[in-house]
Write a protein that binds this ligand. Sequence first.
Ligand SMILES: Cc1cc2nc3c(=O)[nH]c(=O)nc-3n(C[C@H](O)[C@H](O)[C@H](O)COP(=O)(O)O)c2cc1C
Length: 198
Amino acid sequence: MSVLLIAGSPTEHSRSATLLDGVAERLHAAVDDRRLRVERLRIRDLSPQALLLADWGHASVVRAIEQVANARALVIATPVYKAAYSGVLKVFLDLLPQTALKGKAVLPIATGGSPHHMLALDYALRPVLQSLGARHILPGVYASDAQIPKDEAGDYQIGGEIAQRLDDATHTLLQEGLRLSAVPVPRPVPFSQALYSV
Ligand SMILES: Cc1cc2nc3c(=O)[nH]c(=O)nc-3n(C[C@H](O)[C@H](O)[C@H](O)COP(=O)(O)O)c2cc1C
C-alpha cells in the first residue's frame, strides 16, 4: 500500500513542501515501511513544456500519472496563489484522467502569506478533488507563513500549533483514509544509550 505526497509549489525552497516533509516524518514514525510505502512527486520536476501544452505522452507526465494511479491515498500541498491554489498544481490536475482519484483518500495542505485565505482549500481545491472522484477528502491543514518561520540557517521550521495539526491530520489519514493502525516503528538505540542488566 502506498501514499503519494504531491508538492504543488513551483518554488524549490518551499513552505508547503516543508509541511509535506512533516507528514512524511510522521508516517515513517507511525507505520513500518513494509506496510506503507511513502512516495513523492514534485510537480516542479515535471517538464514545464509538457505541463503547459498538455503533453500526456511525455515520460515525466506518464510516470507521474502512474504514481497517482498506484497510490491508495494522496497528500497534496500547495501555496495559495491569488486566493486559490498554484497554477502548476492546476495544470497537473488537468492532465489526470477524470476518475484519477476514484476510491482514494486525499489530505489537502496549503500555506499562505496571511490567514485570510485559509478557505481556499475548501472553495478552490476541494471541488476539483471531488470532480476527480476522490472517495474521502480529509479536513485540510492550512498554515500562514508566520507559522512556518525560518531558523538561523534559513531552513523552515514548523511551529508548535501546526505540528499538532499535522499530528492530528496524519492520524486521521492513517485511521480513516488508509484504515491502518499506527504501530510505532522501533528505532535503533545508540550504543552509548543501551541499558544492560546482569
Ligand atoms: C504569485 C503569488 C501569489 C500569492 N497569492 C497569495 C494570496 O492570494 N494569498 C495569500 O495568503 N498568500 C499569497 N501568496 C503567498 C504564498 O501563498 C505563501 O508565501 C506560501 O507560503 C508560499 O508557499 P511555498 O513556499 O510552498 O511556495 C502568494 C505568493 C505568490 C508568489
